[in-house]
Design a protein around this ligand. Structure first.
Ligand code: ZN
Ligand code: ZN
Length: 131
């Protein structure tokens, strides 16, 4: 019984120190990093080179002119620039999930990242298939 308890304590302390090491690696000194190092960090973290081409972007968006009666009041705001839509603004809806943004905002976003800013779903699910 006594040795078993000791074993458990040992195991958990090993586990804890391993966790601690992981966190130390993650806790990077971003303030003292160069621009190149930050870029490399971004690439390591991922989702940096997952943008879509102009052609892919227009395929996965439905563009229309905003009309205030179209949407609920809570949805009448672009989650990218946090500006409300004005009547006659060009808005684009991500076909996959139905979330809407200003055309310019979502195009810029998707060129950097193939994911809906609100729900994180891929804007273009078949981008992988088509290459
Ligand atoms: Zn916007
Ligand atoms: Zn969405």
């Amino acid at each position: 019984m006594g040795s078993e308890a000791l074993l458990m304590v040992d195991r958990s302390s090993v586990y804890e120190s391993r966790m601690f090491d992981q966190y130390r690696e993650m806790r990077l000194d971003i303030d003292n990093m160069s621009y190149e190092e930050l870029l490399a960090l971004g690439e390591r973290i991922g989702n940096v080179n997952t943008g879509l081409s102009e052609c892919m972007i227009s395929k996965c968006l439905t563009e229309k002119t905003y009309c205030s009666s179209d949407q609920n009041q809570e949805e009448a705001m672009c989650a990218i620039c946090l500006e409300g839509y004005n009547k006659k603004d060009k808005v684009a809806m991500v076909k996959n999930c139905g979330h809407g943004y200003h055309v310019g905002c979502i195009k810029k976003w998707l060129s950097m990242k193939n994911a809906c800013p609100i729900c994180k779903a891929s804007a273009s699910a078949d981008s992988l298939k088509e290459g």
